[in-house]
Design a protein around this ligand. Structure first.
Ligand SMILES: [Zn+2]
Length: 61
């Protein structure tokens, strides 16, 4: 199983496209991950521009 990170929103996925924004431009490497449980009151979610709970990459390239 291979995890990839969406370059648009940073979402970590095992699919070939991002389940959040349907982007298929996925990164193989990233700086770190963050688990977003409650996007509405999460500062990091706000910073990442995330509004769906899940695991996100901090930095993609
Ligand atoms: Zn995405």
């Amino acid at each position: 199983m291979t995890e990839k990170a969406c370059k648009e929103c940073g979402r970590i996925t095992e699919e070939n496209e991002c389940p959040v924004c349907r982007n298929n431009d996925l990164a193989d490497s990233w700086g770190g991950t963050v688990l977003v449980m409650n996007p509405e009151d999460s500062e990091i979610a706000e910073r990442l521009g995330v509004n769906t709970p899940g695991t996100y990459a901090v930095r993609t390239r």
